[in-house]
Design a protein around this ligand. Structure first.
Ligand code: B12
Length: 151
């Protein structure tokens, strides 16, 4: 089955590195090809990496509270770079403090993010959503059967 490619990184001036390392490890173990651009990454680095690796998804982390400012305009930049259908995920602690989640989610969806994840989203949930978005039901069934055979 075709290997799906992800670009992973922490956006803006954000140096929180632990979640990034965990996601890199867990998503790679789950069978995705991960291009990890690490912390302190501007939008352009995500986009250049996605173009270079022909990525299916860009997974943006933001922990320090400035996610909204850092993520604004990213969908438009993707479109300009020819990444029209790329799936955009964002998660971590994407806004300052505890705000009304449905409102936060709507603001990021309005910016063009396909999925917006609340603080503390588990790697299991992240992997489940990626599989749902990247594989058809038939492909998932086949993948599960193959994994069962291998174990
Ligand atoms: C360690 C830490 C630091 C360290 C970071 C060291 C390093 N290089 O990694 C230091 C001390 C440097 C630091 C600095 C700051 N920090 Co700090 N830090 C933390 C702390 C205690 C833990 C973060 C962590 O490692 N968590 C463990 C990992 C495994 O969890 P995670 O990062 O959340 O990632 C998981 C999930 O969120 C999810 N996930 C992450 N990204 C994504 C993306 C997607 C798409 C999906 C699906 C899931 C997902 O998967 C990950 C793996 O399970 C948190 C509080 C906390 N308990 O979370 C504050 C916290 C993140 N920091 C905070 C702040 C404010 C700062 C500073 C701005 C403080 C300051 N005034 O200087 C600076 C920012 C510096 C900078 N430029 O980035 C705030 C952010 C508040 C907000 N968003 O409203 C927090 C929440 C503390 C708080 N309660 O106030 N910090």
């Amino acid at each position: 089955m075709e290997e799906k490619r992800l670009v992973l990184g922490v956006i803006g001036s954000d140096c929180h590195a632990v979640g990034n390392k965990i996601l890199d490890y867990a998503l790679s173990e789950a069978g995705f090809k991960v291009e990890n651009i690490g912390v302190l990454s501007p939008q352009e680095d995500f986009i250049n990496a996605a173009v270079e690796t022909n990525a299916d998804v860009i997974v943006v982390s933001s922990l320090y509270g400035h996610g909204e400012m850092d993520c604004r305009g990213m969908r438009e930049k993707c479109d300009e770079s020819g990444l029209k259908d790329i799936i955009l995920y964002v998660g971590g602690n994407i806004v300052v403090g505890k705000q009304n989640w449905p409102e936060v989610e709507k603001r990021f969806k309005d910016m063009g993010f396909n999925r917006v994840f609340p603080p503390g989203t588990s790697v299991e949930t992240t992997i489940k959503c990626l599989k749902e978005d990247l594989y058809s039901k038939e492909e998932l069934k086949l993948k599960e059967e193959l994994e069962l055979k291998q174990n």
